[in-house]
Design a protein. Structure first.
Lengths: 503, 503
């Protein structure tokens, strides 16, 4: 309690103290945090941003919709903004940190009920504090044959938080928002909206049909600050009769082009049903080596060095992973088709590989990425591209060159979802090294700008570049978002700065 | 020109005349219609509503985005509302008619360019006036192996209009909004918004990735009056290597239950990839008979009579149609699985059926429905249900009983999309018969109310019941829609009353 709290913009110390007292009345003393040492767990920001710039004012953790409403009443009264988090594991994009200094983190971890799982309709209804691990355990304990699709840091992440950021995973249910159905949203004025079919009294169909009647609203509550989602419907994948995971390796980095042009039609015609992670040599190496064991020189690790390392392990410059699901008889013709197509494209096809992320096995193994350099720094750079070989090659060269200019390695794991490629690039660096942090930050900004100039936008962005990304998406887009923001949150108490949306 | 025009609410005759003159300046004299005889083609409302209640003030037909902007400027100046239509073929829901009396129909038929078809990425970008027939011809003339998914009245309908109403079809791309990607929207203030990736300068990815960055907005421009969509991106299905359409017949009406419980898991696990139309005995008969040839008595046609008719043709009380797509080798195991499952459920499985709507063949055959009674009256009643046998049976009995109370037949063609069932019921009647029209109208209202009481909402509703349906979806839903409406269209010039949304 030694240090002064970070005050919300325009709020005096006295007013803030009154607001904190009011929060305590709503949620109980122990669920309001202002002491800076107790805020530390919320400040593992990972990105190279100035922590002071994104410092929260405190934390308030409601246990129910009613308490969320109570908190919002206090926010409106004292003009104190809140930044909602589910579990706060938005790693590489800002973790639990608000996009601007001086917001109360609204921690929804206590709202962690699995409200319903329907094994017949293959749906679930969960609160924001539920983690993938919790839902996984729930299903296993009850022997419910439904699978989960989860993002990289799986077990500790919230399906609600990840879906609201429009995150993805590696099974046929990889588009998390696309497989969400029905939301409960507490609005800034305390009204509770159920979207889709959920607002009908005694609704029978909230988790089965998304669109409801009239404007389909759910999308505006993702990557936004228009409301607080307190319940989310999910579609779950029925456990398949069987599966065969296939790896295809390509020796030459330029073969990202043929790889993409081979996967795309098979993905669109559903011969391949999941997103087909494509890992380059460098990101594959992070699972096995530390950078320093391989290279101590200046600048990015020379690509030849990495290529020769992965070749020793039978891996390639690009390594495509996907899974064929179904009965043996259903898989057989698909395996034949993909084997022929990928072989013809110059890839080496290896069926029978194991990849837990494609078959409902939760693990923390993706964190091995952070061991590449150590020091815990991570940015995800995530431009979208058409799923076309020429674009993939162009993006690869552009990313690699900008990263190299900043002494950073190109750790790439694009996912191909059909018509688009999410060109995911992990930027890992030592956060304890000011120079490395500075270079990472500059590099990210340069990547955002240069990709934007080429007509490529990001699907998701770290908190320190939200405003810049919103600029790239243009004035009309910003105007519309601001109009809706004003309409639904006239006092601007919800997550100011999220996705570049301010009052 | 003999009759007085229908004036927009609160607009004097003099002011309206000035507005019309201003519209003429924007789009040219010939593209503004007020003469009542020239309005007749726009007034084939089909539903049994009082035509005066929904009478338009006139028609204005812009040829470009700039002209749309010009029209909106006039609308804002004179407070004259416009009701946008693409081709106005919203049959059974109100056709081209506005939801309230005294709106100018904004006819977008002149904006009918196919702006782009990408045969590699399997996408298209079209304007509102484009019809399915036009797009179909475009693809065929260029030998582009892409298929269309279209609603019942296929050829003459606009993909844009149908998608904005969240209509559906019978192929794996049956969810039209789900397969839309990127919109251009002219807002009430004349600003032009491109959604998703489209607002980035020189965007590369507008038609490949839907969500863009920040709030995903597209949904709010469907079934709404928040903007005028002037371009729409579409995902098209690559022509499959082959296909086998399968019919399954069930003798007993109650077997809708086992039918649904058999389709659902196969549809969710993607063994069956398309929506599986399920036609009952009565709707099947409409394609072959006239009602009067079968029955001249009072009330609904006795079900036994219809069942004995369809039995003669080898059809059942329920007749399920779906298609397996792929190579012969891919189809074989799926056919084996479905044959076993449906046989086990008590259905008779007949592979090798022809259904053009599932294999890219456009036709007007669905209009045979109207010949059942003649007189051109049509309402679609479209409640949503969980895809669960018990719900399907419950909805069937409820619908059949309410229809019978009003002397109407139960013509039913539910589609099963995975977790939900769209229980589509065609209500055909003689519009020239005032009693029949009155009964149809009363029946629709009763169906809406009684289904609502059971927790079932409609996915789409006719213009004369939009307000009542909005009531069922609750106050918070209405409040949110009205807030967004006020924010984006402060003068309320866009389609007042659409989906029950008024200022």
């Amino acid at each position: 309690m030694s240090t002064q709290p970070v005050l919300p913009q325009g709020v005096s110390a006295a007013e803030f103290a009154r607001a904190i007292a009011a929060f305590r009345k709503v949620v109980g003393d122990e669920f309001v945090i202002t002491a800076s040492d107790r805020l530390l767990p919320y400040r593992k920001i990972m990105i190279p941003a100035d922590e002071n710039e994104f410092a929260p004012s405190g934390v308030v953790a409601p246990a129910s919709v009613e308490e969320v409403q109570g908190v919002l009443a206090v926010c409106n009264q004292f003009k104190v903004p809140v930044w909602p988090i589910s579990t706060g594991r938005n790693f590489g994009y800002g973790s639990a940190s608000p996009a601007t200094r001086g917001q109360m983190i609204l921690d929804l971890k206590r709202m962690n009920r699995i409200l319903e799982v329907d094994p017949v309709l293959c749906t679930a209804l969960v609160e924001p504090g539920v983690t993938y691990q919790q839902l996984h355990d729930y299903l296993r304990e009850r022997d419910i044959p439904l699978w989960l699709d989860f993002p990289g840091p799986g077990p500790i992440v919230s399906p609600v938080g990840n879906t609201l950021e429009r995150g993805g995973g590696n099974t046929p249910y990889g588009d998390h928002f696309g497989n969400a159905c029905g939301m409960e949203v507490v609005l800034a004025n305390g009204q509770v909206l159920r979207t889709g079919m959920g607002s009908i009294p005694n609704s029978t169909s909230w988790q089965v049909f998304k669109y409801g009647y009239g404007p389909y609203l759910d999308g505006i509550f993702t990557q936004s600050n228009f409301g607080i989602v307190t319940k989310l419907g999910m579609w779950l994948m029925p456990k398949p009769a069987g599966y065969t995971t296939v790896m295809v390796t390509y020796d030459d980095p330029e073969q990202i082009g043929v790889a993409v042009d081979t996967i795309r039609p098979l993905r669109i015609d559903t011969t391949i049903q999941n997103v087909g992670v494509m890992a380059n040599e460098a990101i594959v190496l992070t699972g096995m080596k530390r950078r320093a064991d391989l290279y101590q020189g200046a600048g990015a690790v020379p690509q030849d060095l990495m290529l020769s390392e992965v070749r020793k392990m039978g891996l390639g410059a690009w390594n495509v992973f996907f899974t064929l699901y179904g009965t043996d008889k259903q898989i057989a013709p698909n395996l034949e088709i993909v084997t022929e197509a990928f072989s013809k494209s110059g890839g080496k096809v290896i069926p029978g590989i194991h990849d837990g992320s494609q078959v409902n096995e939760l693990s923390l193994s993706s964190f091995s990425l952070l061991n590449w350099v150590g020091g815990g720094g991570l940015y995800w750079f995530a431009p979208v591209s058409p799923a076309r070989g020429t674009d993939a090659i162009r993006q690869m060269h552009l990313a690699r060159s900008i990263l190299a200019d900043h002494g950073m390695d190109y750790l790439s794991a694009p996912t191909l979802n059909g018509r688009d490629l999410h060109h995911l690039v992990a930027m890992v660096f030592d956060r304890n090294d000011p120079d490395a942090s500075k270079r990472a930050k500059a590099c990210y900004g340069k990547l955002v700008t240069e990709f934007g100039k080429q007509g490529y936008g990001l699907y998701r962005v770290a908190i320190d570049y939200m405003d810049q990304m919103a600029q790239i998406y243009g004035k009309t887009n910003r105007d519309v978002n601001r109009s809706i923001k004003r309409a639904l949150d006239p006092n601007g108490i919800l997550a100011p700065g999220k996705s570049g949306i301010h009052l």
